[in-house]
Design a protein around this ligand. Structure first.
Ligand SMILES: Cc1ncc(COP(=O)(O)O)c(C=O)c1O
Length: 474
């Protein structure tokens, strides 16, 4: 018969066994804990024998206190079985497991902002569970110890192979540092470079505002690189005094353009001549639809580029697993930037081992093939459903990724009016204006993420968006 764990449940009570009226004080301590929300409905209490021993009381005193609290409706339990806090016990504060909706979005039916996934359908739970089971059963004892700050060797080996064949990255396990996603890697890189004398980071304009914050928080000043049809204007770098450049070469975020080959070469040349370092954000490089995949910039210049990848688009942002491929001379500065905690600042080792298994068994490739087909279908639905918007919108960045940009240049649309109409139609949307360094842009444009609604929901969400465009002009 399995032992009931509740007999040994830990319970902290504000209770002094030395004062008279012990039974009444024990009852009060339990009531107080329930009122304060420290004991929530359903929580098991220790057995009377165990609590009596812990508190230095006679078992009879605890039995009587439990009986009194049960008769008052605070506790439930049958003789001989465990006692727990009653489902309806009064609580001074209730604990909610669901997150409150941000204010003003309660009525949003569909979320069309970039960076969000339909995780319920796309996260490969079954395959991930198989990898988790496998590694939990076979993980060496060292997995539970403080580890190498660069991350588990098994994952670094798997990543070196995967990144080499899938993204054209020149990586070896020694130069890979596992981190908690791109933002974490960016902050580590910026801090490491600051420690080596860097002072100014050139960042694409527009870009994700949170990433500008990361870099500034790390201590670097930020200057802008305007993004054009060929990608970031790297010719402006020399005059800017920057010694770091942060780019999204495969699929610029948010405009969706690809950094042209000649600009890649110029960027690398600038880094080589000035001793600067390029940080490459390869956030959605796996999702290329219409052409041959665009390889990573790092493959051209492994000594000048810190490459950072993430599972936030391919698996789920909540995993918080990413990786940096670092020039050999910057590995130690990146480790130093993690701070003093033993074992580094990467994700938990079991998660790292699970991902290593997931990659090595070919499950990531399989998963990506499925996702790529699904996202291409979604991208086509976007283009189809918005094709008849009049005056027409011209989509940008459709060859890759999980978002499409619609610049308003040459159209009568305005961000504020489209935003208001989208809200009225139950949509959450994002705009170019909030991504620019100056904090606003005219004429701006829409940055449309198509990965959050389910595929069957998407046409309806887009019809509402088409309606919002029409209404924004009336
Ligand atoms: C441009 C860009 N880079 C990187 C990421 C991923 O960041 P992280 O790995 O920290 O979740 C995102 C997520 O939306 C993004 O938009």
């Amino acid at each position: 018969v399995p032992r009931d764990w509740s007999t040994s449940a830990e319970l902290h009570l504000e209770f002094d066994a030395c004062v008279p009226g012990r039974r009444a004080s024990l009852e009060k301590a339990v009531r107080d804990a329930i009122h304060a929300g420290r004991l929530v409905p359903g929580s098991s209490l220790p057995s009377t024998r165990r609590l009596a021993a812990d508190l230095g009381l006679s078992r009879g005193t605890v039995v009587e206190a439990y009986a009194q609290l049960t008769s008052e409706g605070y506790l439930v339990g049958r003789p001989g079985s465990s006692t727990s806090v009653a489902p309806g016990a009064a609580l001074a504060q209730s604990i909610s497991l669901s997150e409150p909706a941000p204010s003003g979005v309660e009525s949003a039916r569909f979320d069309l902002r970039p960076g969000l996934l339909d995780i319920g359908r796309t996260f490969p739970r079954r395959e991930w569970l198989r990898s988790v089971r496998t590694v939990l059963a076979s993980a060496p004892d060292s997995s539970f110890d403080y580890g190498d700050p660069r991350g588990r060797l098994e994952l670094r080996v798997a990543l070196a192979r995967y990144l080499g064949r899938a993204r054209g990255v020149a990586a070896s396990p020694e130069t890979i540092v596992v981190c908690q996603g791109f933002s974490h890697g960016l902050e580590l890189a910026a801090r490491a470079l600051l420690g080596r004398g860097a002072s100014i980071a050139a960042m694409e304009d527009p870009c994700l505002p949170a990433h500008r914050m990361c870099v500034k928080r790390a201590g670097l000043a930020v200057t802008g690189m305007p993004v054009e049809a060929l990608g970031a204007d790297v010719a402006a770098l020399r005059a800017s005094g920057a010694n770091v450049a942060v780019v999204t070469p495969a699929h610029q975020y948010p405009t969706g353009v690809t950094l042209a080959a000649e600009r890649r070469a110029q960027l690398v040349e600038w880094a080589r001549q000035t001793g600067a370092v390029v940080i490459e954000d390869d956030y959605d490089g796996e999702f290329r639809y219409d052409r041959q995949p665009v390889g990573a910039l790092q493959g051209l210049a492994p000594h000048e580029v810190i490459y950072i990848g993430t599972t936030s688009k391919t698996m789920a942002p909540g995993l918080r697993v990413g990786w940096m491929v670092v020039p050999p001379n910057l590995v130690q500065p990146v480790i130093d930037a993690m701070g003093p905690q033993p074992g580094g600042s990467g994700p938990p080792s079991l998660e790292q081992l699970a991902l290593a298994d997931f990659i090595e068994r070919g499950r990531l490739d399989q998963h990506l093939r499925r996702l790529r087909a699904a996202y291409r279908r979604r991208r086509d639905i976007v283009l189809q459903e918005l094709a008849d918007v009049a005056p027409p919108l011209r989509p940008y960045g459709i060859a890759a990724g999980l978002h499409v940009t619609f610049p308003f240049t040459g159209t009568p649309y305005e961000e504020a009016a489209v935003a208001a109409a989208a809200r009225r139609n139950g949509l959450r949307v994002a705009f170019l204006g909030s991504h620019t360094h100056a904090g606003a842009s005219k004429p701006g444009g829409l940055v449309l993420g198509f990965a959050r609604p389910t595929e069957p929901q998407l046409p309806e969400a887009l019809r509402l968006l088409a309606r919002a465009f029409a209404e924004s002009r009336s």
